[in-house]
Design a binder for this molecule. Structure first.
Ligand code: CP
Length: 327
């Protein structure tokens, strides 16, 4: 394929359409748009491999990270993504800001808008907070995780990593095992994976699956299993999820040891996967609980690649919004 030259400094990016205003979840992404983002991220990964990894795509634009919850990967990779695209980047955490004096989310968003932000990347403990922010901001909002609802950039970097490692998405069997009930990563991945023609099975103790009828009504092809060992041999992608103790308000598990015995990703379970299968985890991990250290470090593990790929995928998202992001 001939790559049209844009400038010697700007990569060829196969994303002609930059009409999206916000990235709030993957429920409004078609398969074609997901693939478009992944293709753009492939070009962005080439940029990141250069000796001077910087392109002027977002020069003059301002990206603001607004994090009401803790983060290492998402916050730092959005920061690196914005810098690599030559945007100005500012960061705000709830701790140490006027949020601690009681400033509302809407007033915070308006304040950031008055400072000249074009794109706000927001993480918030309340499901739906980025949607409220989007109603009060003239630029673009990216949801960097809201409560237990959605984490679309994580799901896209997961899809990117799967395609990079296994060559395709269509037809793959994915097992998502762990604390489904509290997982925004699972929810966004389910939307994205099903759109891309993957078969998804959720696996957890019944107390951590959530409302089975809701799952079946929303996603008729979604499978649910309570027996990890039974589904491991037919799994192409095994994705572990963190037990989110900070969101558990009731005793949902008898003991961590029992949970780990039946649902933990161990070397013994990895040995029963097909030879090509990969092991994923969005991080941060509770090693020794949902995943054993030897499993996290095994050659099947792509956990570090997920983190690395997050920068390219977030560059692709910022690029995709850049056509609509000037306030
Ligand atoms: N996966 C993820 O969202 O990690 P952080 O909480 O470190 O951003």
């Amino acid at each position: 394929m001939t790559m049209p030259a844009v400038s010697p400094f700007v990569p060829w990016i196969p994303t002609a359409n930059r009409k999206r205003r916000h990235v709030l979840d993957l429920d409004d992404f078609s398969a074609a748009e997901i693939i478009d983002v992944l293709d753009a991220a492939t070009s962005m990964k080439e940029v990141l491999g250069r000796s001077v990894p910087q392109v002027p795509i977002l020069r003059g634009r301002t990206v603001v990270n607004v994090f009401y919850e803790e983060s290492t990967r998402t916050r730092m990779s959005f920061e690196l993504a914005a810098r690599t695209l030559s945007a100005s980047i500012m960061s705000m955490t709830a701790k140490g800001s006027s949020v601690e004096k009681g400033e509302s989310l809407i007033d915070t968003i308006r304040t950031i808008q008055a400072l000249g932000a074009d794109i706000i990347v927001i993480r918030h403990g309340e499901s739906g907070a980025p949607y409220l922010a989007a109603q009060h901001f003239k630029g673009s909002i990216i949801n960097a995780g809201d409560g237990r609802h959605a984490h679309p950039s994580q799901a896209l970097l997961d899809l990117f990593t799967i395609r990079e490692r296994l060559g395709a998405l269509q037809g793959l069997n994915v097992t998502i095992v762990g604390d489904i009930l509290h997982s925004r990563v699972a929810r966004s991945n389910i939307w994205g994976m099903l759109r891309c023609g993957m078969q998804v099975t959720l696996c957890a103790p019944s107390t951590l699956i959530g409302d089975v009828r809701m799952w079946q009504e929303t996603f008729p092809t979604l499978k649910i299993s309570y027996d990890l060992d039974a589904i491991i041999p037919a799994t192409d992608v095994l994705m572990g999820l963190r037990l989110q103790k900070e969101r558990m308000h009731a005793g949902l598990l008898p003991t961590l040891r029992e949970y780990s015995t039946y649902f933990g990703i161990s070397q013994a379970r990895i040995d029963k996967l097909p030879d090509h299968a990969i092991v994923m985890h969005p991080g941060p991990m509770n090693e020794g609980v949902e995943i054993m250290p030897e499993a996290a470090d095994s050659p099947r593990s792509v956990i570090e690649a997920q983190v690395t790929n997050g920068v390219a995928v977030r560059m692709a998202l910022l690029y995709r919004l850049s056509g609509e992001a000037t306030i």
